[in-house]
Ligand binder design. Sequence first.
Ligand code: SF4
Length: 473
Amino acid sequence: VEPRSRLFREVARAALADERLQRALAAGTDRLRQERDRAFAALPDGEALRDRARAIKARSLAQLDRLLAQLAERVEARGGRVHWAADAAEACALVTEIAGRDGGRRAVKSKSMTSEEIGLNAALEGAGVEVVETDLGEYVVQIAGETPSHIITPAIHKTKDEIADLFARHHGAPRLERHEELTREARERLRARFLAADVGITGVNFAVAETGTLAIVENEGNVRMSSSLPRRHVAIMGMEKVIPDLESLAVCLRLLARSATGQKMSSYVSLITGPRREGEEDGPDELHLVVLDNGRSRLLADPALRESLHCIRCGACLNVCPVYRHAGGHAYGWAYPGPIGAVVDPSLAGPERAAPLPFASSLCGACAEVCPVRIPLPHLLLRQRERVVTARSAERAAGAGGGALERALARAFAWAMASPARYRWASRLARVASLPFARRGWLRRAPGLRAWTASRDFPAPARRSFRERRKTS
Ligand code: SF4
């Protein structure tokens, strides 16, 4: 999958000028944010729960190899098959091979960010397997020929009117007005797909090592149908999704729904332990679990960024991020948008492909405040920035050119900050140098600050510094 994160600035600029998109993003993220806040305000042990979830994720990562081995052993003991995929290509090859067995040609799929990460739909279609998204938001973006723009609500960038037009065009049916009618129409179309599918593909929210249970949450019932109606069920999970036991699952589930949508619990929580057993009426003949690495081992071995693997993909950090709320998910150019995407994309997709993302943050800290597992996102963003800058400097030192002015400025800044006398001298110099550009206390356009002043004013240095005023007071 080729991320388009390099184009962040261009796509974000176009998004900012799109009034319809701005309205859709504001309405969607405001609603999710308010629901989340309400749910936590009504949860007396919310803070303690967050601490527990953080500890569970840290403990799980510390013994990831043991837990994954235990999970695999328990899944297989219950009749499932476990497959290990080192990267996206391996995962896609595994799933397409399983889906195509015995002439399989039709797949239904529920929402899975891991499948977006590996570009599974394109791989399946390339292998001649027709795949239909069954989550309503995913269905909308699939028939629109787009990608999801939010972890939880994939079509958050679309208004109801746009969806009404899209359905009328795609379904060749009269245009419907009401939410309920649109949902009913999609449901009617999808029902036949579930019944005809050879394989059902889902993600996994948590995998319980102790029992070999896959926990999948949803609100529409489509996961349950995708995992129980077709003969084969393929579940795809990033390897960090494993947790030790059912007690840990209870903690994580209480937080996930509240953080994502403000619900106490998702409408459906499927706990899948093996394929259909003898005497059972429902369930697939085969259950395949694909465990994906795709750069996660690198994150795990990286003490500076390891905590990003605590993420339970609730999407709460997106809804409060001033950058995501305006740029929208497509600007990030890959599966994971928002603050968590800006942290993990450079490591998972490759730093050269996602270099602009760590800079797409005001570092206001709102993301860390809402993160249910307390990931210190602003600190991780700074670490990713440091790496991008270091890599660029190394490239330039190796003769890739450019950046001489930036390096000289950084050196001059470091020199000036190293002694009080130089700092005073530099402050005075800045005051004098800014005089020609200052208007009523603000710099509206100044050399060296062009990127900042293009979209907002910069405060001009005060006529008298704090130290000078203090001396004369
Ligand atoms: S980083 Fe935290 S808030 Fe953001 S999606 Fe992950 S768990 Fe949710």
